[in-house]
Design a protein around this ligand. Sequence first.
Ligand SMILES: Nc1ncnc2c1ncn2[C@@H]1O[C@H](COP(=O)(O)OP(=O)(O)OP(=O)(O)O)[C@@H](O)[C@H]1O
Ligand SMILES: [Zn+2]
Length: 826
Amino acid sequence: MFCDVALPVPLDQAFTYAVDGVTPVVGARVLVPFSGQRLMGVVLRVHEDAPTDGFEIKPVQQVLDDAALLPDELMKLAQWIASYYVAPLGEVLRGMLPLAAEVKRHFVYSIAEAGRKVLYEGAAKGSSRRSKLSPEEQNREYAVLNYLEGGEQAKMSALRSATGANKSLLEGMVRKKWLTREAVAEERDARRLEKVAVLVTDARLPKLNENQTAILAELAAVGGRMRIRDLRQTLPAVPESTLGTLVKRGLVKIEEVAENFHMGGVGAHGKKHAHEHALNEAQMEALGTIAAAMTKGGFAPHLLYGVTGSGKTTVYFAAMQRALEAGKSALLLVPEIGLTPAMTGQMVAAFGSEVALLHSQLTPDERAEQWHRIRRGEARIVVGTRSAVFAPMVNLGLIIVDEEHDSSYKQEETPRYHGRDVAVMRAKFNDATVVLGSATPSLESWANAEKGRYVRVEMRQRVADRPLPAVELVDMRMEFKETGQEQIFSRRLIEETQATLDRGEQAIILLNRRGYSFVVMCRSCGDKVECENCAISMTYHKPVSGNDAIAQPGQRLECHYCGFRRGVPKVCPKCGSEHLYFLGAGSQQGEERLQEIFPAARIGRMDRDTVRGRSDMERLLSRLHAGEINLLVGTQMIAKGHDIHGVTLVGVVGADFALGLPDFRAAERVFQLLTQVSGRAGRGDLRGKVLVQTYHPDHYAIQFASQHDYPGFVGKEMNYRRWMHYPPNAVLANVVIQSERLEEATGWSSTLGRWFQQTRLDKVRVLGPAAAPIVRLKRIYRYHFVLKAEQRQALGTTLRAMLAFAETQGIPRRSLVVDVDPVHLM
Ligand SMILES: Nc1ncnc2c1ncn2[C@@H]1O[C@H](COP(=O)(O)OP(=O)(O)OP(=O)(O)O)[C@@H](O)[C@H]1O
Ligand SMILES: [Zn+2]
């Protein structure tokens, strides 16, 4: 017997192994030898066709599962992804099965019927059976059978110490069917209890030392409760005994809660949770359409276009509730859990222990645990990021993709799939309803709705008749003319911010670059200080006391692509001139300037330097909700779905520079960012206002965004895409040729270029080879081709033919990155 196994290697084929011992079933995991390593793969086929090509066939080392691990529809989905994204199936499956941690799991043995028989016969007649084994080994086998006779299962380690049996002896007994073997994960209870520190609110505050104050302040900042684990991480300098002291003094109590459910407090802040609202008319109508599709059953894709603050979360919740009532499970995908803790908080508040959270901060063990919980049907609501689209849901009825336009749904490594599009296919294989929600749908999804492939559901008004904020454009060219100097903040923005703070309201300002200055330039030669590993300008970070973002003293320049750091050079590295100057304001500089302009303001900053993990985000948001921060500056993180009712002013600084990037999606991205960040204003009782500083006040992306006119923008942008044959009016693939050696990258590019020219390509246009916009990244040189086609099939055929040709030329598969439906062409 043989089996074909998909392995996580960059080769588009399955590998054949001999079955030695237990025959695995299709869909089970096996461990096999592969070029000196032991790899985990998934069995695709079991057969008796001995390979004829003369290769040595190695045996399967271990079968890890008795039954198929992936349900049929996930196997189909994996095959679809492998074919659509031209990715090796084994690599797709590896992403689907986040169970690598389990390979370390142990086996338990128990005695089988045949074993008992041998044991009893042996006792009656003495061990006279003929065997290849030595007498010692035969004795050991009897010792093992004796040990297991009581019927208990035993680990290999226990058997070894009790009887001296080794693994090959035990495996031999399994082959003779004397023993049965079972692999068990070190499964810990998925609902492990976790200790949470809770602030005792009405306690009177006695005299406290600094450490005690630090803990109380931290707890107060996050809404009164926090996992002890997180508390230790946030305050590493505070000794563990301090918390104990606070408990003894009645200022803090410790509660044990099921893991993942400590976040109940987040999202509350005096506001109602999504499930506590009575649905308004638009929400009822949206729910009606979605619920009807679920009742009818079958694949039903929807696009929910709902403006910012229209209450999409409430509709999601209600639809998920309906799924549960119908005995089905529901999956909610979000771009990044850490950035929108309130969304998860609301789902946990509504569905309690039915919820499983899947996100990138889980350890491999935790991920495996959640996976099994879902597979057993214990968690029927799953909330997670991109890869949660592969959650092994039981009886899946509904998939929701929140902020479906968000580019973090695209995986930027093999397999380069788009979580939103995979969600739609998954719904198709599962006969489920799928809802893509956004205030700024991607052009792809909008086009699908226009063509009637998706049902479009609209919510064009904010809840409670709240108006969308008025948007005012500030022409920065005029500002420069009138003031004669280049300033980060315009006079209008300063004036409006002051007025907002004076009224006791909150303002947020978007400055979409982190760091202090994003370019260090030489006045003499005009060159910028670049990273040693990448063709990228380095960003200057100003030293702040206690800022560990900068690893070494003096290393103030950082590459935001590879993390490389260096000191600020005294002279220009290229020409030796001393005249280096700093250009371009990032969020750190923005914060500093704002503090100078508004000395009384309580300023907070939200960017990758201040928000490392979920607890940082939760803390910042709590401070905002509580009004402790009244002026927030930050990168596009501030634009992500936050619902802070006190914010009445949003300022946008320098967001339009992105219009100039060499990417056909530039206008779409700027429109989305402006609309989303504007959407943070006026979500409470008071009307919001937005000020957008721009050098391109007449650009259509800026114009339509300022009028909240999504359909207008899409109409115009769709014409441009049609005219230029860009998605969604064509299909695209980006092929990047990469090597650490420049000659190799250019050589392979021209080899492929010639092939593209000679091969009469049917209905595929090839642009390139050209240097990629970022020609060197992490020490790797990058050249690329962009392939455009009218039909997806033609594109796939060409890509496969190209890979086959590349193989004949000895171009390693790893050096060829194939990106189908690329989100970035950088
Ligand atoms: N039926 C309702 N009545 C009153 N308030 C509601 C109702 N539904 C939702 N809300 C409130 O409206 C606010 C906006 O809702 P939500 O955050 O779901 O908007 P959204 O559509 O997701 O917006 P965005 O796209 O900006 O994230 C929230 O404070 C929510 O509690
Ligand atoms: Zn770099």
